[in-house]
Design a protein around this ligand. Structure first.
Ligand SMILES: Nc1ncnc2c1ncn2[C@@H]1O[C@H](COP(=O)(O)OP(=O)(O)OP(=O)(O)O)[C@@H](O)[C@H]1O
Length: 285
């Protein structure tokens, strides 16, 4: 179980400082795949980093699996958008890194990761360096490294955004299969509506900063075989899109208001522009 209670985070203390989290509370049950989606800069990555114990919040409590988070936790793995691989380490050294940090000897660690390498289609590539791999293979190494330490919580920050559509799809299927089989709790940040609908049993749509929950969409069919082709999948995509469209509309109107304040645009809609998504009705042009 993940529990955040009244968590606040601010970057910096000057006039330009950003309040990214403001008394944010959130609960994710064990084994749930939860997707976070929202505009760029709203604070999603910051939330993951706080959960990973990489950034201490100024206020509030974070509890993962009954443990208060005050720093990185052994059973939490974190996969970054840029893979986070060490270029000077081979595939097996990169995958075994977490185990080595935990104190496992080199040869034991290499033996332990063999099933994972096979599973990820990386067997035979143990001695290669990241530069000798394709983008999809590099991301599989990152997934392998995250899984090698047998985590119960997997945090992923736009893990597939740099990949081509086919590789992306095959890695989404892989994560889905592993998460279901191992009963992993997953928190995934994405900008892709389809990825959110495919992987998230629950989709949290945020605005910010500070990060604010706009909608919480239950998606119980996620993980069903062939869900991508299911009507329910497209309905979920449309629900997410409708909330995000509303946000974009607010952004556009706020920009017009800003222009109006700066004396650039005297349009009627600028003067009436709302400040938040709640103020925009869904049928507003
Ligand atoms: N180390 C930092 N110091 C100061 N400000 C930061 C820092 N990291 C992030 N920010 C600011 O905090 C806000 C939230 O950033 P964050 O990366 O959490 O957003 P995000 O929703 O993940 O964005 P994206 O989708 O573009 O990755 C942004 O305004 C960003 O500029």
């Amino acid at each position: 179980m993940i529990e955040l209670t009244d968590v606040s985070l601010r970057y910096g203390e000057t006039a330009e400082s950003v309040q990214v989290l403001e008394r944010l509370s959130l609960t994710v049950p064990p084994g749930e795949r939860c997707v976070l989606i929202g505009p760029s800069g709203c604070g999603k990555s910051s939330l993951l980093q706080v959960l990973a114990g990489l950034i201490p919040p100024q206020a509030g409590k974070i509890n993962v699996g009954g443990q208060a988070i005050t720093g990185p936790r052994q059973q939490t793995s974190y996969i970054l958008q840029d893979f986070g691989l060490f270029p000077w380490k081979t595939v097996e050294e990169n995958v075994a890194l977490g185990l080595r940090i935990q104190g496992t000897g080199r040869s034991d660690a290499f033996r332990a990761i063999q099933p994972i390498l096979s599973r990820l289609g990386l067997a035979g590539m143990e001695k290669r360096y990241p530069r000798q791999l394709s983008g999809g293979q590099r991301q599989r190494v990152a997934v392998g490294r995250a899984l090698a330490t047998k985590p119960d919580l997997l945090l992923m920050d736009e893990p597939f955004s740099a990949l081509d559509a086919l590789t992306r799809e095959s890695l989404q299927n892989l994560i889905l299969e592993i998460a279901q089989r191992e009963g992993l709790t997953v928190l995934l940040v994405t900008h892709s509506i389809e990825e959110a609908a495919l992987l998230g049993q629950r989709i949290l749509i945020f605005d910010g900063p500070p990060l604010r929950l706009l909608d919480n969409i239950e998606n119980p069919c996620s993980g069903r075989p062939d869900y991508r082709r299911d009507r329910a999948f497209h309905e979920t995509c449309n629900r997410i899109r409708a909330v995000l469209d509303k946000l974009i509309k607010v952004g556009d109107l706020q920009q017009k208001r800003q222009n109006f304040c700066n004396g650039i645009d005297l349009g009627e809609d600028a003067r009436k522009a709302p400040f938040s998504a709640e103020e925009v009705s869904s049928d507003e042009p």
